[in-house]
Design a protein around this ligand. Structure first.
Ligand code: CP
Length: 324
């Protein structure tokens, strides 16, 4: 059984293979007819228990470009709202003969449970679980960094050794930050997290990265600065930071961006809250790769689906339970 549950499960070679395969997939997207027959006759379910714009749409685009049969399931409007469990939902899908399940869930560990429960035989791909992991986001971010910081062709076969990546904001609630730290460390990058102390996990000392509370001193030493949204929906209202104070200390505006090295990029996984962690001027600047990241997400998700369901090379195997 092969799944993609956590970026921490990927070796350097796994990750480079996915990035290189995504470059091949991107060439398909550049063609007038953007389809491959690879997954013809295979069925993929997109099982979304939490809201999504980018991930859900780009998985669907990736599946359709690989000619899979696609079933979209949203918890809203399904029998989940009547109290149906994940097990019964999974077994309903199994009865329909699905080959892969792309799952987003509010509970950390739900994709791991699905993959290891014996409820289904399908490959499981984590599209974001609670505050735990979002491995395809980390892969598309690494793909974007490799293209911009190493080069589209020059990057083939290469990792991100020595690249200095700064991740800024609500690390505590961010599966994107956790996945990126895991993957970027595997790919040889040097990661620094910048966040208010209240928005860092207690166990941050065990993460393979540096921590700073001073964005102004970190920005000039960064090849990429990735801004994170403050996830108010996962916070008690009493802990909301005030917008103006947060933006002043941890937001990226044009003055701070001007202190970045000349070729350094600004990244954001989306959704962005303009005026909070990033100003509109920075979000709309040429240095911001947010839209490019979305486009790259289709290539990465095609690569993951291809390697899990259609390719000959083993891409990913899940061996460890999720970090709590
Ligand atoms: N980056 C990301 O996961 O966005 P969505 O929540 O819109 O899928």
């Amino acid at each position: 059984q092969r799944h993609l549950i956590s970026a921490a499960d990927l070796t350097r070679d796994d990750a480079v293979l996915i990035l290189d395969t995504a470059e091949e997939m991107a060439r398909v997207a550049d063609r007038p007819i953007k389809k491959l027959p690879t997954l013809r006759g295979r069925t993929v379910v997109n099982l979304f228990f939490e809201d999504s714009t980018r991930t859900r749409i780009s998985f669907e685009a990736a599946e359709k470009r690989l000619s899979a049969d696609v079933i979209n399931f949203s918890a809203k409007g399904s029998s989940v709202s009547k109290g149906e469990s994940l097990k019964d939902t999974a077994q309903t899908l199994e009865a329909m003969g699905v080959d892969a399940v792309v799952i987003r869930h509010g509970a950390s560990g739900a994709p791991y449970r699905l993959a290891n429960s014996g409820w289904i035989d399908a490959a499981v791909i984590n599209a974001g679980d609670g505050t735990h992991q979002h491995p395809t986001q980390a892969l598309l971010d690494a793909f974007t960094m490799r293209r911009r910081l190493v080069g589209r062709d020059a990057g083939l076969g290469h990792d991100l050794a020595g690249k200095r990546i700064t991740i800024v904001g609500d690390v505590l609630h961010s599966r994107v930050a956790r996945s990126n730290v895991d993957l970027l460390h595997t790919l040889g990058a040097e990661v620094t997290l910048v966040a208010p102390p209240t928005l860092l996990p207690v166990a941050i000392g065990s993460w393979p990265c540096e921590v700073s509370y001073d964005l102004d001193s970190t920005v000039p030493k960064s090849d990429a600065v990735m801004m994170l949204r403050v996830q108010r929906e996962r916070m008690n209202a009493a802990f909301f930071p005030t917008e103006r104070e947060y933006a002043r200390r941890y937001g990226l505006d044009a003055d701070r961006m001007a202190k970045m090295p000349e070729d350094a990029i600004v990244m954001h996984p989306g959704p962005m809250v303009r005026g909070m962690e990033i100003t509109a001027e920075v979000a709309d600047s040429d240095r911001c790769t947010a839209v490019e990241q979305v486009a790259n997400g289709v290539s990465i998700r095609m690569a993951v689906l291809y390697l899990l369901l259609g390719g000959n090379e083993p891409a990913v195997s899940h061996t460890r339970p999720p970090v709590s």
